[in-house]
Ligand binder design. Sequence first.
Ligand code: NAP
Length: 350
Amino acid sequence: MRRKVAILGATGTVGQRFIEILKGHPWFEVSVLAASERSAGKRYSDACTWRLESEMPEEIGEMTVVETSLKAIEKAEDIDLAFSALPGSIAGPVEEEIAEEYPVVSKASAHRMDEDVPLLIPEVNPEQLGLIEVQRERRGWRGFISTDPNCSTIQLAITLKPLMEFGLKKVIVSTMQALSGAGYPGVPSLDIIDNVIPYIRKEEEKIQFESLKILGTFDGSRVKPADIMISASCNRVNVRDGHLEAVFVELEAKPTPEEVEDAFRNFVGEPQRLKLPTAPEKPIIVKDEPDRPQPRYDRNEGGGMSVVVGRVRRDPALTIKYLCLGHNTVRGAAGAGVLSAELMVAKGIL
Ligand code: NAP
């Protein structure tokens, strides 16, 4: 039997991706759509301006949107899990309320750095699922909260994980981030046409703090942050989907670019070993062409779930430099949430 899921923030950019990815999913069935008071009570097709290239699933369009509260969700359906794509500013208390009864897999930033909440990338740190036990004991909830990292952090951390074997010491990253990362309608067109905006609120801090928790060591009760120095500089560019990042790393072992490429190519994690439905065959794809990856051509690799790396070369200042690209609303958002939930099913947590 498929597990019944609610999508919180179902009308938004990430909420729509959840609906697209969950269409025909073997393990999950969309049973509740929740959004703000503005949308509650309306048919989904009336409440939502569908912005994806795929068609809105007909049966989803017919569903009635409910308010985002435990009471409204319980009244609508007895769910097994809620995916949260709520704005970070409102997600905190709402997710806590819902987690008293149901598991919440969240894309919002509100609880990412809580000591007892996993900050999960299934290929990178599946052991952080152990925090769910700690959290339940501490908070006395029947459900729990598990979070996925910020979109630009997920793709970076996936590429940093295989570099840990070379003794990763320092990371400098400069991002070129897509417009869909700001939600809808996001950045006004007159601000971004013919332009680059060298500032994304709180993004640099998220990359710098979240990466250390993601790559940290879980000792059974808490995560000790990784001992790495990370510096980020974030830019919004005139691209629809797909964040591109220029990454510079200092590695103790001084590997050659070819050895680093091999480490990227050979990297697999639990989702690949368990053959989870949304897992890409290769978490990292390495391009040989000198002018790739590019957002327009490479963002849909692995169904949008692979991180595409290119231009791996020696760096005269640190050790190695490369470019990485990830689809921000798939690997960076809804796809990440679905993969996390699939891992929880495979591990018997859901
Ligand atoms: P969005 O397009 O602005 O959508 C926001 C959603 O939240 C809409 O469904 C909206 O419903 C709902 N909402 C707004 N205020 C609410 C309230 N007071 N109570 C209940 N629901 C409310 O934003 P998004 O880009 O999808 O982002 C959603 C979350 O994912 C954010 O936390 C964001 O940081 C995170 N995220 C986004 C990306 C990305 O690439 N876009 C990547 C990673 C993480 P109405 O339609 O009714 O207003």
